[in-house]
Design a protein around this ligand. Structure first.
Ligand code: PLP
Length: 380
C-alpha cells in the first residue's frame, strides 16, 4: 500500500508509542488523585502543557487538552455563542466541517446567532477586505491556518489586522508542527490543535484560549482543565501528543524540505503524465503546505471521482478527495466549490498528501497508477 493520505491522518511514530506506554501499563493513575501515582500523572500533564504552550508562543494556562480538532472547534464556537459573548459568527467557506457544522447548528437554534460565510478567491484564500466589515467585538471570526484539501495557507496576520476588535479563532490542525505557529504574535484569541496529523495518537488535541477570555466550559461534570473542560485527562495520549509535537517542531525544516521534494516531484510527474490537469494547491511554496497537492480535471464531467479513488485503492494507492457521500450520492467538495470550481470538477478531485516518511518511489508509483486509470477512463 502506498499511503498518500497524511492530511487525513498519519502513522503513529515508534518513539511516540514508547512515550505513551508507561502511562498505560504502570502509571495509570488518575491525575486528579492525591496519592503519588495520581500526582505523577499530574506532573507529566503539566509538563506537556508547558512544552506545547511554548511551541505555539503561549502561556501554559492558555492551553486546554481536548479530544482533538473537532472538539476544540466545537468548543470555541458553542462556548462563545452560548455565553452570549458574540452574536455573529464569520467563518470561511473552506473551513473543515468541524467549524461549518457547529456554526450552522448554532444559527439553527434560533437564539439570535447570525452566520456569515466568508468567500475565498479562486486560489482558495480569504481576502482581508472581506473581513474588514466584520470588525466588531460581538463577532467571532474563524479562519483556518491552512486548508486540509488544498494546503493553502491563509494570510492570518493580514486577516487579523483587518478585524482587530473581533474575536479570532484559527483551526491550526493542518499546520501545527509543519509550519511556524505563534498564537501571541498572530494576535489570536483561540487556536485548535490536533496530534494525529503529526504522527501522534488520535483522540487528543488542544485548544489555545488567550489569557483574559472568560471561556465557559462546553461540557460539565468535573473541574479538570481549570473548569474549562470536564473529563479525566489521558496522560498516555497527552504524553504522545507532547512527543509527536516536540519532534515535529524540532525537525520542522528538515521534514518540510523532505516533503517538498516529494510534492515538487509529484507536480512535475503529474504535468508530464496527466493531461487536462488543474492544480488546486497554490504554486508558491510560501502560500501552501509542503505536504499537499490537490488536482482536478478539466474534462471532469466525463470522469467519476469516486471511481478514480476506488481504482487507485484497488491498485494499492490510498488518496482522497474532499467529496462527501451523502445518501448514496457523491457531493462535490465544498472547498473546491467555494473556489468557484464547477460541481463536476469539485467531485472528481484527487488530494495527495505526503509525510516525512513518504519516499520518491512511492510518488512515481502513484502517478503511474493515476496515469493508467485516467487513460482507461478517458478511452471508455
Ligand atoms: N480541522 C481540520 C482542518 C482537519 O483537517 C481535521 C481533521 O481532518 C479536523 C479539524 C478534525 O480534527 P480531529 O480529527 O482531531 O477531530
Amino acid at each position: 500500500m502506498i499511503y498518500l493520505d497524511n492530511s487525513a491522518t498519519t502513522r503513529l511514530d515508534d518513539h511516540v508509542l514508547e512515550a505513551m506506554l508507561p502511562w498505560l501499563r504502570e502509571d495509570f493513575g488518575n491525575a486528579s488523585s492525591v496519592y503519588s501515582m495520581g500526582r505523577k500523572a499530574r506532573v507529566a500533564i503539566e509538563d506537556a502543557r508547558e512544552e506545547l504552550a511554548h511551541l505555539i508562543g503561549a502561556h501554559p494556562a492558555e492551553l486546554i487538552f481536548t479530544s482533538g480538532g473537532t472538539e476544540s472547534n466545537n468548543a470555541v464556537l458553542k462556548s462563545m455563542c452560548q455565553a452570549g459573548a458574540v452574536k455573529q459568527l464569520a467563518v470561511s467557506g473552506i473551513e473543515h466541517h468541524a467549524v461549518l457544522h457547529p456554526a450552522q447548528e448554532l444559527a439553527r437554534e434560533g437564539k439570535g446567532i447570525g452566520v456569515h460565510i466568508l468567500p475565498v478567491n479562486e486560489h482558495g484564500f480569504v481576502e482581508s477586505w472581506e473581513v474588514q466589515p466584520l470588525n466588531s467585538a460581538q463577532t467571532l471570526i474563524s479562519i483556518m491556518h491552512a486548508n486540509n484539501e488544498t494546503g493553502a495557507i491563509q494570510p492570518l496576520t493580514e486577516l487579523r489586522a483587518a478585524a482587530p476588535d473581533a474575536y479570532f479563532h484559527t483551526d491550526a490542525v493542518q499546520t501545527f508542527g509543519k509550519i511556524p505557529l505563534d498564537c501571541t504574535a498572530l494576535g489570536l484569541d483561540f487556536a485548535t490543535l490536533s496530534a494525529h496529523k503529526i504522527h501522534g495518537p488520535k483522540g487528543i488535541g488542544a485548544l489555545f484560549i488567550r489569557k483574559g477570555i472568560d471561556f465557559k466550559a462546553h461540557q460539565h461534570g468535573g473541574a479538570q482543565e481549570r473548569n474549562r473542560r470536564a473529563g479525566t485527562e489521558s496522560p498516555a495520549l497527552i504524553a504522545g501528543f507532547q512527543a509527536a509535537a516536540r519532534a515535529a517542531c524540532k525537525e520542522m525544516d528538515t521534514r518540510a524540505a523532505q516533503m517538498l521534494v516529494c510534492t515538487q516531484l509529484l507536480r512535475e510527474l503529474l504535468l508530464e503524465n496527466v493531461p487536462l490537469l488543474r492544480f488546486n494547491t497554490p504554486l508558491d511554496e510560501h502560500s501552501a503546505l509542503p505536504n499537499i497537492v490537490n488536482i482536478s480535471f478539466l474534462d471532469a464531467e466525463k470522469l467519476d471521482g469516486e471511481a478514480i479513488l476506488q481504482a487507485m485503492d484497488m491498485r494499492g494507492i490510498a488518496v482522497s478527495n474532499g467529496s462527501a457521500c451523502v445518501s448514496g450520492s457523491l457531493q462535490p467538495s465544498h472547498v473546491l466549490v467555494a473556489m468557484s470550481r464547477a460541481d463536476a470538477e469539485a467531485k472528481a478531485a484527487v488530494r495527495f498528501s505526503v509525510s516525512k516518511d513518504t519516499r520518491t518511489e512511492e510518488i512515481r508509483g502513484a502517478v503511474e497508477v493515476l496515469r493508467v486509470i485516467l487513460q482507461e477512463m478517458r478511452e471508455e
